[in-house]
Design a protein around this ligand. Structure first.
Ligand SMILES: Nc1ncnc2c1ncn2[C@@H]1O[C@H](COP(=O)(O)OP(=O)(O)OP(=O)(O)O)[C@@H](O)[C@H]1O
Ligand SMILES: [Mg+2]
Length: 358
């Protein structure tokens, strides 16, 4: 559907896109995720045709878009700061893109009503656009883009201006909307949770390059570098020593964990100068209580910090034999006490949940 072939983009001397190669599938909910300034908006704009590229190619449906102006591309974009016209009504805003359309007035009004219904604003057409909340304005911007029936909808941080509750609600609605209309959505966000929740696949970008492109679960469970692991959620790192290796496994010794057998599928690149490290998510370790289900392995630890979150408790624990504390997240269960700072605890874990960066 959309293909980037070794796309480079320079702004003067500044190398903003550094060899982007990727394919976005038809009907996919695809996200570009990365820190501020990594090139997300720039990449999105190369699809829309608002930005020329310095070398490489952008193809839509197999057709090279070089020289095809924005208004001739089957795309539509909802901008980072959603620009709606405050002096127009909601219906006039939504119908704005139809002003050169040759359909009758009645047909256009019907299309506007349909688009408004799609975004949950049925009956709002005659409202003044300035008399809307942030979330409602966002929906107007979406309806205005959808009414043109693009094959690809490009969304540049469309939810960033909304508060947390509204953002979560709109995330669910965007997913529903995308399933309903079946068009390709490409979302730019620097919010990793938002990307995980919404996307079929995510491209994680750093400094003009795609560091990893994968589905949310793979990105979370098998990040291909420490940098990606750090950007997506929380990951603990402990130093490891490689004892031996074969083509399908590595034996390591990690302080506090002892000898561990690591399958090749758990071995990633992207180590830092510190050398090999094992990484694990906070929920892959459990504090064992009397009667807890057995885990593959166990270590002893001291609880150094307790952060109570209602449904969850985060413990910073120091596993015996290690230097730095690691974070463990535990779901709170009725009748099970939250442990105190200073308490000793048994920590259960499984080698399969670890990732080795080397
Ligand atoms: N028109 C321009 N001229 C020169 N440099 C630009 C231009 N537009 C963007 N840049 C630079 O290119 C880099 C990527 O910008 P871009 O807007 O794509 O980042 P982004 O990932 O969308 O960031 P944010 O999350 O802050 O929106 C930045 O360093 C930016 O300063
Ligand atoms: Mg941007």
């Amino acid at each position: 559907m959309i293909e980037f072939r070794d796309v480079h983009k320079y702004y003067g001397d500044y190398h903003a896109l550094r060899g982007i190669t990727a394919t976005i599938r038809p009907g996919e909910f695809f996200s570009l995720l990365g820190p501020s300034g990594c090139g997300k908006t720039t990449l999105l704009r190369t699809i829309a045709g608002f930005e020329g590229i310095s070398s490489g190619a952008v193809l839509i449906d197999g057709r090279d878009m070089a020289g095809v102006p924005a208004n001739k591309r089957p795309t539509n974009m909802v901008f980072q700061s959603y620009a709606i016209f405050p002096h127009l009504s909601v219906a006039e805003n939504v119908g704005f893109g139809l002003r050169r359309d040759t359909r009758s007035k009645e047909e256009k009004a019907k299309a506007v009503a349909e688009a408004l219904e799609m975004v949950g604003l049925k009956g709002y057409g005659s409202r003044a656009a300035h008399a809307l909340s942030g979330g409602q304005r966002q929906r107007v911007a979406l309806a205005r883009a959808l009414i043109l029936k693009p094959k690809v909808l490009l969304l540049d941080e469309p939810l960033s201006a909304l508060d947390k509750k509204m953002r979560e609600q709109m995330q669910v609605e965007l997913i529903r909307l995308q399933r309903q209309v079946g068009i390709t959505f490409i979302l730019v966000t620097h919010d990793q949770e938002e990307a995980l929740v919404m996307s079929d696949r995510i491209a994680v970008m750093f400094e003009g390059e795609i560091a990893q492109l994968a589905d949310p679960e793979t990105l979370y469970r098998r990040p291909n570098s420490r940098k990606v692991a750090d950007f997506i959620g929380t990951m603990n790192f402990l130093p490891a020593k490689v004892l031996s290796e074969s083509s399908d496994a590595v034996e390591i010794d990690a302080a506090g964990f002892g000898r561990i057998h690591i399958e090749a599928s758990q071995v990633m690149g992207g180590a830092t100068a510190e050398g090999a490290t094992v990484g694990f998510r906070p929920e892959t370790l459990t504090i064992l209580y009397e009667g807890s289900a057995a885990t593959d392995r166990e270590s002893m630890a001291t609880i150094e910090e307790v952060v109570y979150f209602g449904d969850m408790t985060y413990y910073d624990v120091r596993i015996d034999g290690t230097e730095a504390p690691v974070r463990i997240s535990m779901r709170n269960v009725f009748g099970r006490p939250v442990l105190d700072r200073g308490a000793r605890a048994r920590v259960g874990w499984s080698p399969g949940a670890l990732v080795l960066f080397r």
